[in-house]
Design a protein around this ligand. Sequence first.
Ligand SMILES: Cc1cc2nc3c(=O)[nH]c(=O)nc-3n(C[C@H](O)[C@H](O)[C@H](O)COP(=O)(O)OP(=O)(O)OC[C@H]3O[C@@H](n4cnc5c(N)ncnc54)[C@H](O)[C@@H]3O)c2cc1C
Length: 304
Amino acid sequence: MEHLQLAINEIRSRIPRLELRLEEPMKNHCSFRIGGPAAAMALPGSQEETEELCRLLRNMGIRPFIMGNGTNLLVTDGPLRRIVIKMGEKMGGINPRGETGLAAGCGATLARLATVAQGMGLSGLEFAHGIPGTLGGAVVMNAGAYGGEMCNVVKTTTFLDEYLRVSRFAGQEHVFSYRHSAFSDRNCVILSCDLELKRGDPREIRKCMRDLAERRRGSQPLDMPSAGSTFKRPERSYAAALIDQAGLKGYTVGGAQVSEKHAGFVVNRGGASFEEVIRVMEHVRETVYKTAGIMLEPEIRIIT
Ligand SMILES: Cc1cc2nc3c(=O)[nH]c(=O)nc-3n(C[C@H](O)[C@H](O)[C@H](O)COP(=O)(O)OP(=O)(O)OC[C@H]3O[C@@H](n4cnc5c(N)ncnc54)[C@H](O)[C@@H]3O)c2cc1C
């Protein structure tokens, strides 16, 4: 019997309460609306379940793919012969901690976190309200917008390390940099974080969130599926400006297009395939290199 099928049988018999979906279409879990069926998708509901699952898979020599809300992913349309662990809302509890802190599970969405903080009169997460990912994904990517970044609010992170030990990073140990953290290149599972915020006026916090949402709506193609900014910001420049200057706004391959509204986004105009997005990205990289001498690096994670 195939190794993955054996693992699926083991999960079913050893962790019967775990939500496990077979041949789950990844496009239903990714903001790009692209992605073929994953062999299995597990949706753990607790730290214990996550640990048990990871241990079982490790003992069978299987490395799962960990995802949050799928808003920074481009997934192959072919079958994804992997076990996906989705750290979603079931892992998204949010609780006050001390005067100005929040303790939150990795599956909490940034939108909900920012809304809870606003309701408690806590400032610091306004920038994150419009980022459509989870806390776990945002820590991995050191997500940021409008001058704010996760590194400014994350105090500690609890995670399963490569050896499945429950570990904790505090402050500098996260090694945050632009769209990067100590977790970006490691095989860890983020479980939860403590965030440190500041006292603020709930009305002003709400106003700031609304203003930023307005700016986003005005400049980003939020009505079309995408995975956000396709490329990282190169040093001393902006990917969107370079792509625009190279005349690539609207460049299309099949259903994939460089957004006419914001050149930094590749959008799915309907039915785009994985291959079409890759071809658009390659053309953009080659053309910008020719016109500006800069090789753009993908910000989105490509999963095959
Ligand atoms: C319309 C739109 C606007 C966006 N705007 C912004 C923006 O302003 N700023 C910005 O920074 N980003 C932006 N993004 C990109 C994206 O929302 C962020 O990168 C977000 O942090 C990704 O979170 P996620 O939960 O969706 O992670 P996913 O896309 O599911 O995963 C991203 C990476 O994190 C890993 N990961 C996720 N959860 C965990 C976990 N619990 N443990 C270990 N690894 C994990 C995955 O393996 C993957 O490598 C935007 C995306 C869209 C679609």
